[in-house]
Design a binder for this molecule. Structure first.
Ligand SMILES: O=C(O)CCC(=O)C(=O)O
Length: 329
């Protein structure tokens, strides 16, 4: 599909009101007060991430997603399988894998999945290693039909977050399209980062061209996220170029996207005071689903070893931002 055709498609969806918007409701049916949630969300100093408990209907999702802000859904009983490192090691242990160093973009090492998950992942010292985009060459469903099914049935708003969802624009790309987005759910497993005031993180600052959904899948997993809005990108880029000499010559978008930096608490304080930019900051624990809109710079620090399952998608609401990211590079 050409960009103009995608825009037409977006207009049609909006014109025909196919994107219902409803107020979020709590379990007891009471309206938790959309106004107060939104007030704290859009307040540029508070930046409280909207959080829903138990479920998220299509209408509720749309009411937040239209604003281009992240969303957290705390699942109730969903995600039934055992996604612990030991269980994954039992299932996939004999596979070879490539793990990367979260702090050194040039470092890679090969090992067996079993060795990474059982031996390296629990370590608290040395480099912070990550197994990314697993399985690399097939679908999760084919690797384990149970895990594939578990992810599909747990993830809220399958209208967007599935490889057959009618609101996932990526599903309308022609087969063999040259820039086909990768829609497979993928497993991430990474060691805990050190929690000090230095440059540590499990996923450095970057932004993605598509939307993403990310579920914490292991019981003891906990990670801290910082997500900026797309409107923050320019100022964020100026700040990074002024602070990090090696990025001085990058364009603003590149400096944000380069996976070069992890913003420390001191950086975040300067951003707040001097640039008036505050990211959405929150903790993700077991069964928390995080939705990250396309074009929103974000970084993650694992407080414990984490297993996450994540998937990219492309919503009509994010098309404009997707084009914007594309123009930056
Ligand atoms: O869970 C993580 O470490 C973050 C993953 C992420 O940011 C991404 O895939 O874009």
């Amino acid at each position: 599909m050409e960009p103009e055709e995608l825009r037409d498609f977006e207009r049609q969806l909006l014109d025909f009101s196919l994107l219902p918007v409803v107020l979020p409701r709590s379990h007891d049916g009471k309206d938790p007060g959309l106004d107060s949630i939104l007030e704290n969300t859009i307040d540029p100093i508070k930046r409280v991430v909207p959080t829903l408990h138990g479920q998220c209907s299509l209408g509720e999702f749309n009411s937040f997603w239209l604003m281009g802000v992240p969303l957290v859904v705390k699942l109730g009983g969903d995600l039934q399988c055992d996604w612990s490192p030991i269980s994954l090691a039992t299932l996939f242990g004999s596979d070879k894998c490539t793990v990367v160093d979260c702090e050194d973009r040039g470092y890679k090492e090969e090992c067996l999945v079993d060795e990474f998950l059982r031996v390296k992942l629990p370590r608290r010292q040395g480099c912070i290693l990550k197994l990314k985009d697993y399985p690399p060459d097939t679908t999760l469903k084919l690797k384990s039909s149970d895990l594939g099914r578990d992810f599909n049935s747990a993830v809220p708003v399958c209208e967007y977050c599935s490889d057959s969802g009618p609101l996932n624009i990526a599903n309308y790309f022609p087969i063999n399209y040259s820039c086909m987005p990768d829609l497979r759910p993928k497993i991430y497993a990474a060691m805990a980062s050190q929690q000090d005031r230095r440059q540590h993180g499990s996923t450095r600052l970057h932004m993605d061209i598509s939307d993403a959904v990310n579920i914490m899948a292991n019981i003891d997993g906990e990670a801290r996220w910082e997500i900026f809005t797309a409107e923050d990108t320019k100022l964020l880029g100026s700040f990074i170029k002024s602070r990090f000499k090696k990025l001085k010559k990058c364009r603003a978008g590149d400096s944000v996207n380069a996976y070069h930096v992890y913003l420390t608490p001191d950086h975040l304080e300067v951003l707040r005071v001097n640039y008036k930019i505050v990211p959405f900051t929150f903790h993700q624990s077991f069964r928390d689903v995080v939705y990250i809109p396309a074009g929103c710079a974000h970084q993650v620090s694992n407080i414990t070893p984490c297993v996450k399952v994540a998937m990219d998608f492309l919503s009509p609401q994010s098309l404009e931002r997707c084009f914007e990211v594309d123009r930056m590079f």
